[in-house]
Ligand binder design. Structure first.
Ligand code: NAD
Ligand code: ZN
Length: 359
C-alpha cells in the first residue's frame, strides 16, 4: 500500500476584518524593493475605493483586475505570466489572488508558471510541475469551491478542462475573512455554496471515503445544512459557509468528487457553463446516484427561490453531445469513486446522453 503524502496550506488566518492584516503578513516575504507583489483581484472590486485602499501597495507592486465572467484558461495564465515577466526585471516576491475560485486558481497557476517553463497546458494533469512556484497567497471573497485549500488549479485548455495537480499548488498563505463575501449576489452565493454541498455528497458517498475525508466532509455537510436551511444571521452564514468551503475542500483532497463533477466538467468544456451553476444544473438530475443529497438540494433550492436555467442542452447536435460525453468519461477517478472499479459496465454513452438531454 502506498499512501500519498499531501501538502497543505502552510499558514492560515481566520477572522472578520483579518484582511486588514494583509500588509503585515506579506511584508516579511518581500524579496527586495525591485521584486513586486502582484495582486490578482476580481474585477468586481474595481472602483471600490474602500476595498482597494486595504491592498498594501509599495514600490513597484501592482494590482491586475481580472474579470471572472469566464473560467480560467491556459492561454490566459500564459498571457499573465508573460506580462509579469516583461514588466519586471526580476521575479515577483509573490502573487496574491483576491476573489472566488476563478481568481484563486489563476493566482496558483501564475505562481507555478513563473518558475516552470513552457505553457500551463503542459502541466494539466498530476504531478507534472517540477519546480516550486513563487510565494502565493489566496484570499477568497466568495465561499464554496474549496480552491483556497486544494492542491489543484482547474484550467480549460485547447483540448481539456483539467487541473494542475501538484504538491506545489497549495497556497503558502490563506486569509479567511468572511466580511469579504458581503457583496455576493444571492444566486451566486447559492451556486458557489452548492459546489461545497456537492463536494460533501460526492466525497461522503464515494468509494474512496476514509476517516480523514469523512471527518471534514461531515463537518462541511452539517455547516451547509445550517447555512442553507436554518434561520441564521447573515454574519453567521458568512462565517459558517467560509469554514464549510475549507472543510469540503479538505474532504475531497483525500477522496474524490463524483458524477456531478464529471458531467459538469463536460458541460463546462463545451458550453462554458460556470462551475457553480453547472454543478447545480447537473446535480438536479442525479436522484438515481445521490437520492438523499438531491432531495436536500431541491429543498435548499426551494427555500431560496432559486430557478435554474432549463434546457441548456436541448439544442445540441450529436457531435456536441459526444464532446461532453467524452470529457465526462475521461475523468476516470471520479467514476471509480462514484460507481466502483467496474464503472464502465454501468456508465454507458446512452445513459450520459439521456442525462444531459434532461439538463
Ligand atoms: P467565481 O470566482 O467565478 O466568481 C463568481 C462570481 O462572483 C463572479 O462574477 C465574481 O465577480 C463574483 N464575486 C466574487 N466575490 C464577490 C464579492 N465579494 N462580491 C460580489 N461579487 C463577487 O466563482 P466560484 O464559484 O468561486 O469559482 C468557480 C471557479 O472555481 C471555476 O473556475 C472552477 O473551476 C474553480 N474551482 C476550483 C477548485 C479547486 O480546487 N481549485 C474547486 C472548485 C472550483
Ligand atoms: Zn466543485
Amino acid at each position: 500500500m502506498n499512501f500519498k503524502n499531501f501538502p497543505m496550506v502552510s499558514k492560515v488566518v481566520f477572522g472578520r476584518g483579518s484582511f486588514n492584516q494583509l500588509g503585515e503578513i506579506i511584508t516579511p516575504m518581500r524579496v527586495n524593493e525591485r521584486a513586486p507583489f502582484i495582486f490578482l483581484v476580481d474585477a468586481v472590486f474595481k472602483g471600490n475605493s474602500d476595498f482597494c485602499s486595504k491592498i498594501p501597495l509599495l514600490y513597484t507592486d501592482k494590482i491586475i483586475f481580472i474579470s471572472s465572467d469566464e473560467e480560467p484558461k491556459t492561454s490566459q495564465v500564459d498571457d499573465l505570466v508573460e506580462g509579469i515577466i516583461l514588466s519586471s526585471s526580476i521575479l515577483p516576491s509573490g502573487i496574491i489572488g483576491i476573489g472566488g475560485g476563478t481568481i484563486l486558481d489563476l493566482a496558483k497557476a501564475v505562481s507555478l508558471l513563473l518558475t516552470n517553463n513552457g505553457s500551463s497546458e503542459d502541466y494539466q494533469g498530476w504531478d507534472l510541475i517540477k519546480n516550486k512556484g513563487i510565494y502565493h497567497v489566496g484570499i477568497p471573497t466568495i465561499s464554496g469551491t474549496g480552491a483556497e485549500v486544494s492542491r489543484t488549479t482547474v484550467l480549460t485548455g485547447s483540448t481539456k478542462k483539467l487541473g494542475i495537480n501538484s504538491d506545489f499548488t497549495p497556497f503558502d498563505q490563506v486569509i479567511l475573512d468572511p466580511e469579504l463575501t458581503i457583496g455576493v449576489s444571492k444566486d451566486q452565493w447559492f451556486y458557489t455554496g452548492m459546489d461545497c454541498f456537492i463536494h460533501c455528497i460526492e466525497s461522503l458517498n464515494g468509494n474512496f471515503i476514509n476517516s480523514f475525508s469523512k471527518t471534514y466532509g461531515e463537518t462541511a455537510f452539517e455547516l451547509c445544512k445550517e447555512v442553507f436551511l436554518e434561520p441564521l444571521t447573515e454574519k453567521t452564514k458568512q462565517d459558517k459557509l467560509m469554514m464549510a468551503s475549507w472543510h469540503g475542500g479538505m474532504s475531497i483532497a483525500f477522496s474524490q468528487v463524483g458524477v456531478a463533477h464529471a458531467l459538469s466538467y463536460g458541460m463546462s468544456f463545451l458550453l462554458g457553463t460556470k462551475h457553480g451553476i453547472g454543478n447545480c444544473i447537473v446535480f438536479d438530475q442525479l436522484e438515481a446516484f445521490y437520492p438523499e443529497g438531491v432531495k436536500l438540494f431541491k429543498k435548499m433550492k426551494a427555500a431560496h427561490n432559486i430557478s435554474l436555467p432549463k434546457a441548456v442542452c436541448a439544442h445540441l447536435t450529436d457531435l456536441e453531445f459526444d464532446i461532453m460525453i467524452d470529457v465526462a468519461l475521461s475523468l476516470e477517478p471520479l467514476w471509480e469513486n462514484a460507481i466502483g472499479k467496474d464503472w464502465k459496465t454501468q456508465i454507458t454513452r446512452p445513459l450520459l446522453r439521456d442525462l444531459y438531454s434532461k439538463m
